[in-house]
Design a protein around this ligand. Structure first.
Ligand code: ADP
Ligand code: MG
Length: 237
């Protein structure tokens, strides 16, 4: 345990919550599929970043997480890699419809970046990713969602539009990510986030990532996460 504490300190990780899994040091420690390990190697990711070292085992254990780390620290892979594992573990994969993973991001640029990142790892598993954000034809997006996907990356407003149009059902969505939660609040998306969360099954796994943790985001986290583990990297939060 002292070794774990020293290791966390050496990479500036702070944790809170009960039964926190030990941090990992290498991607090999995650039990990822051969395909996923190959895709990671292809990205030339040699070792996990500090947030990944602690967030990956937390998320892979099925726990809810609040991940706080500054921009550029590798938060995307912290939720995309376990999401692939989560999806491949679904016994009913291919039988039902609608995304299993739902990711909300504040802007179309960020949603697009996550979409690109998710595609890199999803492709080799035959997992389909759809992006849903403003600036694209609603009809085209409607058709794409109707064709089916396992992962949807969306801005909150457009996702709500698509839900209203019944372009997708979230009945099998069990993995919800709120990325850049502080920016989503800054942009006034709190009502949309609450609406989306209210439409997703309560037995989901919920992941909230943010660069900062203002009081309003803290309050939302308390309401929508279940026994979360908080992982903070560096001086932020
Ligand atoms: P954040 O969401 O925290 O701002 P990103 O997930 O966008 O950060 O990652 C920032 C950059 O670091 C991206 O270019 C990404 O490809 C790269 N990256 C992520 N994880 C690793 C890793 N383990 N090794 C090397 N580069 C990585
Ligand atoms: Mg990010």
């Amino acid at each position: 345990e002292q070794e774990v504490a020293d290791y966390r300190k050496s990479v500036a990780i702070r944790v809170s919550g009960f039964d926190v899994p030990r941090p990992i040091k290498m991607f090999e420690d995650c039990g990822f599929s051969v395909e996923l390990m190959r895709a990671i190697a292809k990205q030339a990711y040699q070792k996990p970043t500090p947030i990944q070292c602690q967030a990956l085992p937390v998320v892979l254990s099925g726990r809810d997480i609040i991940g706080i780390a500054k921009t550029g620290s590798g938060k995307t892979a912290s939720f995309v890699l376990p999401m692939i594992t989560h999806i491949m573990d679904q016994p009913e994969l291919g039988k039902e419809e609608g995304p299993i993973g739902v990711i909300c991001a504040p802007t179309r640029e960020l949603a697009h970046q996550i979409y690109v990142e998710a595609k890199k790892f999803a492709k080799s598993h035959g997992i389909r990713v759809s992006a849903v954000y403003g600036g694209m034809s609603k009809l085209d997006q409607f058709k794409e969602l109707k064709a089916g996907c396992e992962i949807v990356v969306a801005t909150p407003g457009r996702l709500i539009d698509m839900l209203k149009m019944k372009a997708l059902t979230m009945s099998r969505s069990t993995y919800l990510v709120l990325d850049e939660a502080d920016r989503m609040f800054d942009l006034g998306f709190e009502p949309q986030i609450r609406s989306i969360v209210g439409q997703i099954r309560p037995d989901r796994q919920t992941l909230l990532f943010s660069a900062t943790m203002p009081r309003k985001v803290e309050k939302l986290a308390r309401e929508i996460l279940t026994d979360p583990i908080r992982v903070t990297v560096g001086e932020v939060g």
